[in-house]
Design a binder for this molecule. Structure first.
Ligand code: GLV
Length: 323
């Protein structure tokens, strides 16, 4: 009898076809609406494998109901939506999709840095709103990226890919991470600093660390106050790493110059959210890895992970072993 898997969003045709050859597949047949939590709780007991997104919270309640689950394949590199320890204690494999999204997410991070510093979104809106009356020396002036100092919090593969881009802009590089990264220090001429020094020295602070209990609220008002008032904060990792209440306060008080954000404490961001009121904040709807090529590769990798796990093999991106 074929094993059963559930996919919480509509995959590309070729991914679905391949999975259907091997498994009995049920899907939540929508590309842009989440499966209601109650529905997932109601059906999850039927499945051996779950291919899910970061929009699904895979917590104790869901794992209790998913008594036949052997693998959870997350379509993302981050897996803070999954209660890993609980999954491990139940012998459930958890996989993610690293690697394939590294360069695409680094592109977006760099784009956010350029957009926030040179006020690209604000300037485009100004033109469309008829505010471009003449060429004017100080109209829409921003901050230089080239030659400035970039501080990367969390120097993993994506952080290193951002640093490589920054070298082309002649930026001075520093990083703060849980552990020293000698291979990146040698390759990129990037200097290790404690968080305090990094925040005080950087013109751009990019957050690229995973969201864990240790990085939750890593950046609060205390940290924001250490930054230069000409500095820009970029977050393409997870919302909860920066305390949003404090960030809003800091932006209101001019503690920092601007921000570029792709992630938020609660997503999707409601339209009346205070962060949407600041002209000096570029706000994106969590699209770090959203190129057609990369999202397709992520689907293919997530499908490979769930397939190998259910065939009794070790999937390439098993995260539940790391802890
Ligand atoms: C997206 O945020 C991811 O973790 O892949």
């Amino acid at each position: 009898m074929k094993k059963k898997i559930f996919i919480t969003r509509k995959p590309p045709e070729h991914v679905l076809n391949n999975l259907q050859k091997l498994f009995e597949v049920e899907i939540w047949n929508s590309e842009d609406i989440e499966i209601p939590r109650n529905e997932l709780l109601h059906i999850i007991h039927k499945f051996d494998g779950l291919l899910c997104l970061l929009t699904e919270s895979i917590d104790e309640e869901l794992l209790d109901k998913g008594r036949n689950l052997k693998v959870i394949s997350n379509l993302a590199v981050g897996y803070n939506n999954i209660h890993i320890e609980d999954a491990i204690s139940r012998g459930i494999m958890v996989t993610n999709t690293p690697g394939v999204l590294t360069e695409t997410t680094a592109d977006l991070t760099f784009a956010l840095m350029l957009a926030a510093s040179r006020r690209l979104v604000e300037a485009s809106h100004a033109l469309r709103e008829g505010k471009w009356k003449t060429w004017s020396p100080m109209f829409m002036t921003g901050m230089d990226v080239h030659g400035s100092t970039l501080g990367i919090i969390g120097l993993g593969e994506i952080g290193a890919a951002v640093a490589r881009r920054a070298k082309g802009f002649n930026m001075k590089l520093m990083y703060y991470s849980r552990s020293r990264k000698p291979e990146f220090e040698a390759e990129l001429d990037i200097e290790y600093a404690d968080l305090h020094t990094l925040l005080q020295t950087s013109d751009y602070v990019c957050i690229l660390t995973p969201f864990t209990k240790d990085t939750k609220n890593l950046i609060t008002m205390n940290e924001l106050k250490l930054m230069k008032n000409t500095a820009v904060l970029i977050n393409t990792a997870r919302g909860g790493i920066v305390n949003e209440f404090d960030l809003i306060q800091a932006l209101s008080d001019g503690v920092i110059w601007g921000a570029g954000l792709d992630v938020y404490e609660h997503e999707p961001l409601p339209l009346d959210h205070p962060l949407l009121q600041f002209p000096n904040v570029v706000t994106l709807p969590h699209i770090g890895s959203a190129s057609i090529q990369t999202r397709t590769k992520m689907w293919e990798l997530a499908a490979k992970n769930i397939t190998l796990a259910l065939q009794g093999k070790t999937p390439p991106n098993l995260v539940s072993r790391l802890k």
